[in-house]
Design a protein. Structure first.
Lengths: 237, 291
């Protein structure tokens, strides 16, 4: 579904990604682990079109997307849930969801009503808070809203940038079970970058480990968690 | 009491004009982060274009008003293309310096085109006054107030009740997140610039019959508009409207009950008072991000 080949990217000619390659198969939850500064967010921003790739290729469903604008990438079926949630602070929960509507929302069976019903079913909290402004939500609620905003666009692939950041473990667990539920129902594929290795290893089908802009290890969660070097670096053992 | 109402009415009229100016000025700050100090000249040009259309081309007033707003909208489009898009994302001071430069150029150009003398624009309803319960009402004032109610009300309904309005708000609050929602922020910003320029044209045209049209007309209004945005809350559309009305009313009351000599000083006293009491204005924008 998504193939990244020898991707170089960064800010103002300073490369952060030095030849990243990875693969995401349809229906998978793929986790990319890495410490602060490994280039996880740069990877996500390049995939969603916020940043231009310097070289290399990103294929989505066989089509190169590395030179597309963020707006067109959303239309292709990739939704990016950015780091820090970036909920619109002055819009209500309902309005936050409304601005996330795309052509795909209308075309899907049931249209907007179905999308909204699905979001409310997954996160009943958001239904209770639908008239509250974005800034007044708790971190967990904001993360639910950010994921829901992505869902409204009926994506094939969702990019999650550090969903655990600043969330209590219980809330984070609930969020991840919602993600599993979304995949079960919609067959949505996920690419998650995380610092919190423990949680990510629990839900992922395949894991990549990133260091200074390169992939340094990959494997199934079991393989990765057995690797002594990784255990030391990411699992704090 | 009659004097009070009379004064309040003229205050509200000027308040509506200030609200237009503040609103147009704030729109580009909110939607694109661009502080446009050339806005004063957009207002001036609104007045001059109106006068030209009426007295040189002999167009009826309604048509002239419509054309003025259209020409100013086109001017806004041209400006966003040549000036503002390259300025987006640049340092605040770069934008301020560049737009002040444009303001000076536009003012000089206005002198070249229309000359240094004051011009006048007739009103829609002649110069007569109507008597409503002991207050003499100049019909043109009522037109300004009606235009403000319709336009500001319409803008409010549009911003909160339509898809495009919500997308404009989203663009203003977080452009990066807006792009991730598939919102074409370039289109939203272009629209905001055009709307901002249209408001300048309207304000310039509507205020012209109350005073005279000179090359410094916009500058005076802009000072009050700026005061309104500071009182109301920087970047807040709601703040711009209420700030404008407050400045207009207090200024009129001050001119009548204190001294008209201090008319301009009064707006600045309001600014100082608001900044001391609520440094972010009466309707501060929510920009804080929670983590």
């Amino acid at each position: 579904m998504l193939t990244i080949d020898n991707l170089h990217a960064g800010y103002n000619e300073i490369a952060v990604l030095h030849g990243m390659s990875l693969k995401v198969e349809p229906g998978q939850i793929v986790a990319v682990l890495g410490a602060n500064g490994a280039g996880k967010t740069t990877l996500m921003n390049t995939l969603s079109g916020l940043l231009r790739a310097m070289s290399g290729e990103v294929l989505f469903e066989g089509q190169p997307i590395q030179n597309m604008l963020a707006e067109s990438i959303v239309a292709r079926g990739i939704s990016h849930v950015p780091q820090g949630r970036r909920v619109f602070p002055g819009l209500t929960v309902q309005e936050n969801l409304m601005v996330a509507r795309t052509a795909a929302t209308r075309k899907a069976p049931g249209g907007w009503d179905a999308a909204l019903a699905q979001v409310h079913e997954l996160f009943p909290r958001l239904k209770e808070r639908k008239d509250q402004l974005g800034w007044s939500l708790s971190g967990g609620e904001q993360q639910m809203l950010a994921v829901s905003r992505a869902l409204v666009a009926r994506p094939k692939l969702i990019l999650l940038d550090e969903p655990s950041l600043g969330l209590a473990p219980l809330i984070f667990e609930a969020l991840f079970s919602a993600i599993l539920e979304i995949r079960r129902r919609e067959g949505t594929t996920f690419l998650v970058v995380e610092q919190n290795a423990e949680q990510a290893l629990r839900v992922a089908d395949y894991v990549y480990v990133m260091e200074l802009g390169r992939i340094v290890a990959q494997g199934t969660p079991t393989e990765i968690s057995r690797d002594p070097a990784i255990e030391k670096a990411y699992l704090g053992a | 009491m009659d004097t009070f109402l009379q004064v309040a009415l003229s205050g509200v009229t000027m308040g509506c004009i200030y609200a237009f100016v503040a609103l147009g000025f704030t729109l580009t700050i909110a939607a694109a982060g661009v502080v446009n100090f050339a806005y004063s000249e957009w207002v001036t040009y609104g007045g001059f274009i109106g006068v030209t259309l009426v007295s040189v081309f002999g167009l009826p007033l309604w048509l002239a008003l419509l054309l003025t707003v259209l020409i100013c909208t086109a001017m806004g489009y041209l400006f966003q293309w040549i000036v503002f898009t390259p300025l987006e994302g640049k340092h605040f001071l770069t934008t301020v310096t560049a737009t002040i430069g444009i303001a000076v150029t536009m003012q000089a150009l206005a002198t070249l085109i229309w000359g240094p003398y004051a011009l006048t624009l007739p009103t829609f309803f002649g110069t007569g006054v109507i008597d409503i319960g002991g207050i003499s009402v100049f019909p043109h004032n009522m037109l300004i107030i009606a235009a403000a109610v319709i336009l500001i009300g319409g803008l409010q309904i549009w911003l909160t009740g339509t898809d495009m309005g919500l997308r404009l708000q989203a663009t203003a609050q977080d452009p990066t997140a807006a792009r991730l929602m598939g919102i074409r922020i370039r289109h939203m910003r272009t629209f905001a610039y055009c709307l901002s320029a249209a408001l300048a044209g309207l304000a310039g045209f509507l205020v012209a019959p109350l005073f005279v049209v000179t090359t410094t007309m916009g500058f005076g209004l802009m000072l009050k508009g700026l005061a309104a945005t500071i009182v109301g809350g920087w970047g807040s559309l709601k703040g711009a409207v209420f700030g404008g009305l407050i400045i207009g009313i207090v200024e009129a009351l001050g001119a009548s009950y204190v001294s008209s000599e201090y008319k301009d000083g009064i707006s600045f006293v309001i600014i100082i008072a608001v900044l001391l009491w609520r440094p972010r204005g009466l309707f501060p924008e929510r920009i804080a991000e929670k983590l």
